[in-house]
Design a protein around this ligand. Structure first.
Ligand SMILES: Cc1cc2nc3c(=O)[nH]c(=O)nc-3n(C[C@H](O)[C@H](O)[C@H](O)COP(=O)(O)OP(=O)(O)OC[C@H]3O[C@@H](n4cnc5c(N)ncnc54)[C@H](O)[C@@H]3O)c2cc1C
Length: 497
């Protein structure tokens, strides 16, 4: 019998790893603790309103296309991308007029001109700067297993070394942004891209300013029917390729012998395997599934987790043309908000609020005459001193007040409601301290400190997903699964697993 390589978790990274392995001729199966696949990229129905539970915007959509191609299929046969314009509508404190960010550079320059004529003239050069960062780093830092010496020593990588000196890793995102723009609103809009990887723009290296380019230059899309359709399409592809997914099957332990994986346990059942791919968070994998590796666990636990989030799923009576599909209501003092998120680890008094309304594109996501509001507030990762039961109702009031400040009075119009808080993120997805994007990217060495796709302490143990290289966010976790799948193939061919 051909030995399978089991995957722990049917998040997008796990699905991508399984599909990659299968397309490379490696038999695999997936164990998922929940009743459904997708992990954070799931779906929720609340009294007739439908919501995506996690991602609402897909950057680098070509990554998904390539995954389908790799499995011998065309993405177009499974998923429709929907362009988003405006990409996001921004509301600034004390200002009645909203700002529409768009991928059309001329239109964006014109829109920025209403905030600052001088800054608007720098938009295209800022995009070129972001593009330069992306082009210098993506190949090595996103598409390859950076922790593998063999990757770093290829001729292609060595030839890239001089350009790596120009990746702006010694300034913070905010410092670089401030060198381009003087208007505090434009700075705030660009700083916000740090939160796409759950980081703090005052600390994250300026290299991450590539995210603005990825959003505007490559541009980001929505998926018809909701982002959870991506999960459906990948599970369908698994079914078509005979990759079993065992739901309601939490993996309890990974076994190893003289530092080499021997199998795993689900319930009372032991499955022998010389390699295991964990799509579960690397920290929680070491904390709960691997015994006797305290040093590795200790090392991982010292890494700062990325942001968590508090989500209100609201079914709202009425239609709100003031809102676009994606909306941000900024806090007055962004700096103070990040101080709360990463230093005191408490919610700030004034919070930035994100509202996504998929019923703008897919009317059937809300009851007739209503809208589905996915309301997300960035939150610190879990810490012992926090008091969520007291904080959540207070935050809810502050969010409603902020919306009211912008003329949106929905206090008596919420007809359906559900909440997900950081504790749920930990429970539902097994994420370390409720973090959404694995470890924070607040350090210029994060790319190297992030858990490797191939673990060095336990041979045969592989990681994919947001907690492993190259990090969190839909395109990156899909890349992570592909990188991991290819590594498994390479090491199996060499007879190492
Ligand atoms: C609120 C929110 C908003 C987001 N917005 C965006 C966005 O707009 N754009 C974007 O690109 N990204 C966004 N993201 C991030 C994106 O959703 C994640 O990076 C990505 O979905 C994580 O995929 P993953 O492969 O790491 O797996 P996860 O989603 O973390 O899934 C891991 C899976 O493993 C399973 N599992 C864990 N432990 C076990 C075990 N012991 N046994 C069996 N199964 C186990 C879990 O049940 C889960 O299904 C957002 C996330 C959230 C939560």
């Amino acid at each position: 019998m051909i030995e399978k390589v089991p995957v722990i978790g049917a998040g997008l990274g796990g699905l991508s790893a399984a599909l990659t392995m299968k397309s490379l001729g490696i038999e695999t199966e997936i164990y998922e603790q929940n009743a459904h696949a997708g992990g954070k990229a799931g779906e929720r129905i609340v009294s007739g309103f439908r919501f995506d539970t996690g991602p609402s915007l897909i950057t680098m959509p070509f990554v998904i296309d390539r995954l389908f191609e790799q499995t011998g299929a065309h993405r177009q046969d499974y998923l429709d991308y929907v362009p988003i314009d405006p990409l996001c509508r921004y509301f600034f404190p004390g200002e009645r007029e909203a700002f529409d960010a768009t991928a059309d550079p001329e239109q964006m320059t014109e829109n920025l001109g209403r905030l600052s004529v001088q800054d608007a003239q720098r938009w295209e050069s800022f995009l070129r700067y972001g593009r330069g960062l992306y082009e210098r780093t993506a190949d090595l830092f996103l598409f390859q297993p950076i922790h593998e010496l063999a990757t770093l020593l290829t001729l292609k990588s060595l030839l890239r070394l001089p350009s790596l000196l120009k990746i702006d890793a010694f300034r913070s995102m905010h410092q670089a942004i401030s060198s381009y723009f003087t208007d505090h609103r434009i700075r705030q809009m660009m700083d916000r891209y740090a939160t796409y990887v759950g980081a703090d723009p005052r600390k994250a290296p300026a290299t991450l300013n590539m995210i603005s380019y990825v959003e505007y230059g490559l541009p980001a899309v929505y998926i018809k029917g909701g982002i959870a359709r991506l999960t459906d399409a990948l599970t369908q592809r698994c079914a078509e390729l005979d990759i079993p997914i065992e739901y309601h099957t939490p993996v309890r332990q990974i076994f190893y012998n003289s530092h080499h994986v021997t199998g795993l346990q689900t319930g009372e059942h032991f499955t022998g395997a010389s390699a295991v791919v964990s799509n579960a968070d690397a920290v929680t994998t070491f904390r709960h599934l691997i015994k006797g590796k305290n040093q590795s666990l200790h090392r991982l636990e010292r890494l700062e987790p990325s942001l968590s989030g508090l989500i209100f799923y609201w079914g709202v009576e009425g239609k709100y043309p003031e809102l676009a599909h994606h909306n941000i209501f900024f806090a007055r003092n962004y700096d103070q908000e990040f101080e709360h998120l990463f230093v005191t680890q408490t919610p700030a008094e004034d919070l930035t609020v994100y509202v996504a309304v998929t019923s703008k594109k897919d009317e059937e996501h809300a009851r007739k005459g209503h809208e589905n509001w996915f309301v997300l507030v960035n939150m610190p990762s879990l810490a012992p001193h926090q008091d969520w039961d007291t904080w959540i109702p207070a935050i809810r009031e502050r969010v409603l007040q902020k919306l009211l400040d912008h003329g949106l009075d929905i206090r008596n119009r919420i007809v359906a409601e559900a909440v997900t808080d950081p504790r749920d993120m930990e429970r539902l997805y097994g994420s370390n301290r409720g973090s959404i994007y694995g470890i924070s990217s607040n350090d210029r060495n994060t790319a190297f400190r992030r858990p490797a796709n191939r673990n060095r302490d336990v041979k045969g143990l592989y990681f994919c997903g947001g907690s492993a290289h190259p990090g969190g966010g839909v395109p990156l976790v899909i890349l992570s699964g592909q990188i991991t799948g290819k590594l498994v193939k390479q090491f199996r061919e060499r007879g190492k697993i």
